[in-house]
Design a protein around this ligand. Sequence first.
Ligand code: PEP
Length: 256
Amino acid sequence: MRKIIIAGNWKMYKTISEALELVNGLKRILYNIENVEIVICPPYTCLDQISELISESNIKLGAQDMHWETEGAFTGEVSVLMLKDLSCRYVIIGHSERRQYFSETNETVNKKVKTALKYNITPIVCVGEKLEERQAGKTFQIIEDHIKNGLKDLSKEELARVVIAYEPVWAIGTGLTAKPEQAQEVHSFIRKLLSDMSDEETAQNITIQYGGSVKPDNTKDLIKQKDIDGALVGGASLKIDPFVEIIKNAAGLEAK
Ligand code: PEP
């Protein structure tokens, strides 16, 4: 059975006090959710205090990026060992904003994924096409490139520990969401690629999240799709009400 994971990507939002207020609210309301893995990915500056605050809760901690080396002269970077120190269980790798503004490539994604897996942190690997690529009929080609090169040379056992987030770039922060069937088509393609890279059973157990303007009112229709196993949520994870509603909506669905 696949794990449904709802992860909040807070991007560069929230001071420590704002973050703690939000997490206290989430803890209070979501304490009895068991069938959905709840993950929050705050900015680095908040990780330490949030880690302590959620240590006995059902909320897991994630980071938004990391370097592929464990230490070194890389000014401004954060390593996997630093994330482990803070009890991070997840790390987002290859978000389209990192690809677009910070020169992230499939090669750097691949190095980061390998390091995260080596140190037992689950990478949430983001893949997705830009609007012009979709319009040019290149969606599947781009997804194949992101998956095959971003996850290159992973063993079956390593692949089984990866989470994928399909995030069409044109849907991120735009209010445009892929139609559930449109997203399902790509998710099913991703699962087929994963199966080719490992085997059918391994691929069936990999969580593939959807991301791109997920809101309370579209969560159910998206996650009901056969190959959509949760969501990576940006804007709607920054406020308590929509994020709680998204998680409750996902928790009301049957496991796949
Ligand atoms: C994201 O940042 O990964 C994202 C999907 O953002 P939003 O939900 O705001 O589109």
